[in-house]
Design a protein around this ligand. Sequence first.
Ligand SMILES: CC(C)(COP(=O)(O)OP(=O)(O)OC[C@H]1O[C@@H](n2cnc3c(N)ncnc32)[C@H](O)[C@@H]1OP(=O)(O)O)[C@@H](O)C(=O)NCCC(=O)NCCS
Length: 180
Amino acid sequence: MTSIDILSPEAAEAALPDLAALLLACVRDGASIGFLLPFSLPEAEAFWRDGLPALESGARRLLVAREDGRIVGSTQVGLAAPPNGRHRAEITKVLVHPQARRRGLGRALMREAEAVAAAEGRSLLILDTRTDDAGEALYRSLGYVVTGVVPDYACSPTGVREACTFMHKRLPVPVGQTGP
Ligand SMILES: CC(C)(COP(=O)(O)OP(=O)(O)OC[C@H]1O[C@@H](n2cnc3c(N)ncnc32)[C@H](O)[C@@H]1OP(=O)(O)O)[C@@H](O)C(=O)NCCC(=O)NCCS
């Protein structure tokens, strides 16, 4: 059975080992998501632990996908923004375990992340991904458009500089909302 859940800070802390295993598997599989090889389980766990304060403050929401109770995917919705940007949200670190891909989990995580952003009154979503990666195909399939491409933006896990595609998508503005 598949489910998508929003984790409370306490639930995220309890899930640190599972989240770390997911991140490690994705980086070792070649995902360009901020880390270089060699990459270890303690480093992966430190990433998630460092993110707990943002969950506690409400600056970020963490969503996980489970298959038969096991965490096999995740993404985050960044809600922090300056006063003139509270109509936007950033979706980051969309991860699906290499063994659970092409079963619709990435799309399901994105749909739920969009629902979270919409419920917070956000009408503009931004994200980025390695150019021509699976992520770009996923985001295009969901209606995201290319804002621009920055060459040599980030290094792959093996240290090769690669281009990054920045994308955005507008959500319907909630009735009665005037902005920002
Ligand atoms: C990107 C990622 C999250 C996709 O997860 P997924 O669960 O396999 O995606 P889905 O099964 O929901 O795919 C939805 C659609 O995205 C597109 N897509 C996904 N993976 C693709 C691939 N490898 N090649 C081409 N299109 C792809 C397709 O349009 C697909 O629809 P279809 O299966 O009906 O053709 C996953 O590959 C991943 O974790 N990659 C490593 C981390 C990463 O790079 N994240 C994105 C940047 S933060």
